[in-house]
Design a binder for this molecule. Structure first.
Ligand SMILES: *Cc1c(COP(=O)(O)O)cnc(C)c1O
Length: 455
């Protein structure tokens, strides 16, 4: 039985796949945060590199990957696809479990797939400095790594909960030359406002985005980089699924189920969209797509499909998404990368049409699976990725129950080497579970902007 399927560097995709070309219904436009009128290219140019703005509005199906980006992707791509034979055996399942492993990148997650092109377009336009937010530190690390490749300065606003829980991520970013702040800070208006209301704020990805945006807008030489949610980010991540498709072809397989964890949804989209393309174009039918979220931050499962701001201070473009409300404050779970109140716009459309189905799990449920994965497959994976594993374990057990040899494909978004405190807490039985109440969600939903309804 094959354990690992590797591609050569010549097999790396030459284009990214843009699902906007194939959505089952038109994506509602993004709106300007102040006027609530459709966002134009000109509205975005002060904030983002022009190359990125173009991709944000792109409607063509295939977008060529620049040579320099492909060259840098080769530091770690194509990433390996593994068959989880030992996990299958431990579960006694007839299912075949394949996992695409993105922990092999220098930053340890899938995030460099978009950090590299974002830094590339910025450098091409003479931008000197990029700012961004980071939750668990994965995106900040990826951006710091990418900026170092292009000689750009990087300033990262890191959610305070993670800044305190994960000091090594901050050291990693500093090693690549980035400046890292614990958000909320006193450096921006958005940060000062939050601290005035709650000096002990744990921060959130939404607050950190607001700070990074205000910083970028305050300087001519600086642009902003977003690690998830945007169309352009999801576009860049499709190298994952395009490679996985070739790898499964080599194995003579096609997935019945595609599973991944979802914060903003970029990594899962990266894996799933090239397979969804087959569904949307009628080449294949019947594949199921499961997006796994934390019970503590269930945007697709319990959110409303509505227009909302991507950040707490209402500075970013208003997006059509499944949202818990941009004032929703997720509990400080270890999967910091999944603590976002909203989904990406394309994923919203796909979930609306029932093409993607959400699942939720608690912290203890996902670590049960992550530890089982470590003890079978060997990899100690990120708490975010542990959500994928839990979804896969349940699917594999359901396949056993049904006596079906389903082929399951999963996204393992990163390694967990900087998350050992979380494993330690789990092993010591100290891990807390969190679930927002109905009233917490409905209160946060009152913060939705006054736009026309999406449903
Ligand atoms: C950022 C991150 C996620 C969540 O972001 P998505 O955009 O939903 O993919 C998941 N896993 C890891 C390891 C991450 O760094």
């Amino acid at each position: 039985m094959v354990k690992q399927i590797v591609l050569s560097q010549h097999d790396m995709p030459e284009s990214w796949y843009n699902i906007v070309a194939d959505l089952p219904s038109a994506m509602p436009p993004q709106l300007h945060p102040e006027t609530l009128e459709p966002m134009t290219r000109e509205d975005m140019l002060p904030l983002l590199p022009a190359g990125i703005v173009d991709q944000e509005f792109a409607t063509e199906r295939w977008i060529e990957i620049p040579d320099r980006v492909r060259e840098l992707y080769q530091i770690w791509r194509p990433s390996p696809l593994y068959r989880a034979t030992s996990l299958e055996k431990a579960l006694g399942t007839p299912a075949k479990i394949f996992f695409k492993y993105e922990g092999v990148s220098p930053a340890g997650s899938h995030k460099p797939n978009t950090a590299i092109p974002q830094a590339y377009y910025a450098a091409q336009e003479g931008v000197k400095r990029l700012t961004s937010e980071t939750g668990a530190g994965q995106w900040g690390s990826a951006l710091a790594f990418a900026c170092a490749q292009f000689g750009l300065e990087a300033t990262v606003y890191m959610v305070r909960a993670s800044y305190n829980q994960k000091p090594y991520r901050k050291m990693l970013m500093a090693t690549w030359g980035a400046t890292v702040h614990s958000s909320p800070t006193e450096l921006t208006e958005a940060g000062r406002k939050i601290l005035a209301e709650d000096p002990n704020s744990n921060g959130s990805i939404g607050i950190a985005i607001s700070e990074a945006v205000q910083d970028a807008m305050s300087r001519e030489d600086t642009k902003f980089a977003l690690g998830s949610i945007s169309n352009n980010v999801l576009l860049h991540q499709t190298v994952i699924g395009l490679e996985a498709k070739k790898q499964l072809e080599i194995a003579g397989e096609y997935p019945d189920v595609v599973i991944g964890c979802v914060g903003g949804g970029s990594g899962y989209a990266g894996l799933a969209y090239p397979f969804l393309y087959d569904q949307l174009s009628g080449k294949r039918t019947g594949t199921k797509f499961y997006a796994v979220e934390p019970e503590a931050c269930p945007s697709l499962s319990r959110g409303q499909y509505a227009y909302d701001y991507p950040d707490t201070a209402s500075l970013g473009p208003v997006l059509p998404m499944y949202t818990l409300g941009h004032t929703f404050m997720p509990a400080p779970i270890h999967a910091g990368g999944l603590r976002h109140h909203g989904s990406s716009p394309t994923m919203g459309v796909l979930a609306q049409h029932g093409l993607i189905t959400p699942r939720t799990y608690s912290q203890n449920q996902i670590f049960d699976a992550a530890v089982q994965f470590a003890r079978t497959e060997g990899f100690v994976i990120a708490p975010e990725s542990a959500h994928s594993i839990r979804g896969v374990v349940d699917e594999a057990l359901a396949a056993k129950e049904a006596g079906e040899a389903r082929t399951i494909l999963m996204h393992v978004s990163g390694h967990g080497h900087f998350d050992m405190a979380a494993y330690d807490a789990y092993l010591a039985g100290r891990l807390e579970d969190f679930e927002p109440t109905e009233s917490e969600i409905s209160t946060a939903l009152e913060s939705l902007p006054d736009t026309k309804s999406l449903v």
